[in-house]
Ligand binder design. Sequence first.
Ligand SMILES: *[C@@H]1O[C@H](CO)[C@@H](O)[C@H](O)[C@H]1NC(C)=O
Ligand SMILES: *[C@@H]1O[C@H](CO)[C@@H](O)[C@H](O)[C@H]1NC(C)=O
Ligand SMILES: *[C@@H]1O[C@H](CO)[C@@H](O)[C@H](O)[C@H]1NC(C)=O
Ligand SMILES: *[C@@H]1O[C@H](CO)[C@@H](O)[C@H](O)[C@H]1NC(C)=O
Ligand SMILES: *[C@@H]1O[C@H](CO)[C@@H](O)[C@H](O)[C@H]1NC(C)=O
Ligand SMILES: *[C@@H]1O[C@H](CO)[C@@H](O)[C@H](O)[C@H]1NC(C)=O
Ligand SMILES: *[C@@H]1O[C@H](CO)[C@@H](O)[C@H](O)[C@H]1NC(C)=O
Length: 410
Amino acid sequence: FFHLCLIPLFIILVLLSHAAPCVQVFPPVNFTLTVSALAQVLLHWKPNPAQEQNNSTIRYDVRILSPVPEEYDTKRTHSVRTAALHNGFSACVRTLLLQEGLQISSDWVKGELPPLPGAAETSVTNLSCVTHVTIPGNVSLHCTWLPGQGAPEDTKYFLFYRYETHTEECHSYIKDEWNRNIECRFSSTQIKPGEIDKLIVIHINGSSKRAAIKPFQQLFNQNAIEKVNVPRNISISLEQNDLLATWEKPISPFNKECFEYEFYLINLKSGNKQILKISSNSFRLRIDVTSRYSVRMRANHNHICCARGFWSDWSEVISVGQNKLENSITWVFTLLCVFVFCTFLLVAIICKINHLWSRLFPPIPMPSNKFRDLFPVDYERARTCTSSTETEVSSLAEGVPCSILEDSVF
Ligand SMILES: *[C@@H]1O[C@H](CO)[C@@H](O)[C@H](O)[C@H]1NC(C)=O
Ligand SMILES: *[C@@H]1O[C@H](CO)[C@@H](O)[C@H](O)[C@H]1NC(C)=O
Ligand SMILES: *[C@@H]1O[C@H](CO)[C@@H](O)[C@H](O)[C@H]1NC(C)=O
Ligand SMILES: *[C@@H]1O[C@H](CO)[C@@H](O)[C@H](O)[C@H]1NC(C)=O
Ligand SMILES: *[C@@H]1O[C@H](CO)[C@@H](O)[C@H](O)[C@H]1NC(C)=O
Ligand SMILES: *[C@@H]1O[C@H](CO)[C@@H](O)[C@H](O)[C@H]1NC(C)=O
Ligand SMILES: *[C@@H]1O[C@H](CO)[C@@H](O)[C@H](O)[C@H]1NC(C)=O
């Protein structure tokens, strides 16, 4: 029985003794981490000189531990990674031997970059950035941040962006009440507007007489921080009971399949609001034809071509349709006004005539004098007007026509 038990053990020992000489896998040597650009690290190692390579494939397993865990394997002996390095960087690498369908790995070797130096809480916080494709096709960049809680009042922050191999410092800052930079604008950058998922690296360091300012780095997907342009050439029309809308995609290197739109419709009569999500460049909507509508639109990337960005601004408001009810009320009101005014005028004229009539008839029974007597009344009034504004009238009345009047009357 005891001997039977030993059989499997014996088999294992035989296998091991047989396998051991062929399965010598040594870890790589001289593993180094080098900062090759802002927020970029070059991982580099050498094959172990003791490693025999006959008839086997050698690969390397790379495991990034921080700041963002990641694992991959490569045939090469170097690798470039983009990562925020302000809190340090650490990674491991090991040799992988692939022989006759068998995969054998070595021990890990570890490499580390220390955190960037600086006092706690002096780094900027709440960094946010927005890009925008300007009309000539350039990309602008705008970033805002808050000074660290522990940053002295004399802290001066400096912002750098890196895109591919291009690194540039900001020269146009906006300051807070302590004169610390808290905002930066690049009106034109080397960012290529048509690229997909490329990273924009932001690096903000600083200086102060009272403390070492710890740098801060953040990576942004260029598509995810793009504020999309407003849709163009929006045209709205009415066709029977339908509202028809057509428009052009915003200014962008992406084609029209890459956009979606929000259509904001307000019924001005009922006050009802509707937001419609639309993925084409036109649409038709049944509306209440007795109402007037106000329409606005905005655009964003859909997820088909690239990451969603920030919604564009709303377009200018376009009004369409007519408020039939409101219009008829206005119409009736206007008619009423005109009618009241006319009536009033008529009454006034009748009163005036009646008054004259009553004044004219009793003293002068002869109808032939009726029209002549009208003039002295007017003439007297003209002459008695002495205010400066009416001097022209009185002077006119006192001039030639006056004498003619006098002649004709008397
Ligand atoms: C690999 O080849 C070398 C000679 O090039 C030989 O000495 C060694 O035994 C071989 N190792 C294996 C595991 O085949
Ligand atoms: C590793 O580095 C040491 C010292 O920097 C050097 O002497 C050695 O040759 C390197 N090894 C390899 C395999 O390059
Ligand atoms: C590799 O394996 C082949 C057979 O598969 C053999 O003929 C050859 O000699 C081997 N080469 C080395 C370097 O061991
Ligand atoms: C800054 O960010 C923190 C957490 O990310 C948030 O709680 C805080 O409200 C932000 N402050 C401002 C002023 O936006
Ligand atoms: C747009 O970018 C080009 C170079 O890429 C530059 O020459 C030009 O001045 C920029 N235009 C504006 C308006 O910034
Ligand atoms: C800030 O970072 C840039 C880019 O790495 C560097 O050239 C500059 O010397 C740094 N400034 C300070 C004050 O640390
Ligand atoms: C917008 O309309 C104008 C004039 O109707 C036209 O010249 C222009 O090409 C249109 N733009 C687009 C993007 O279709």
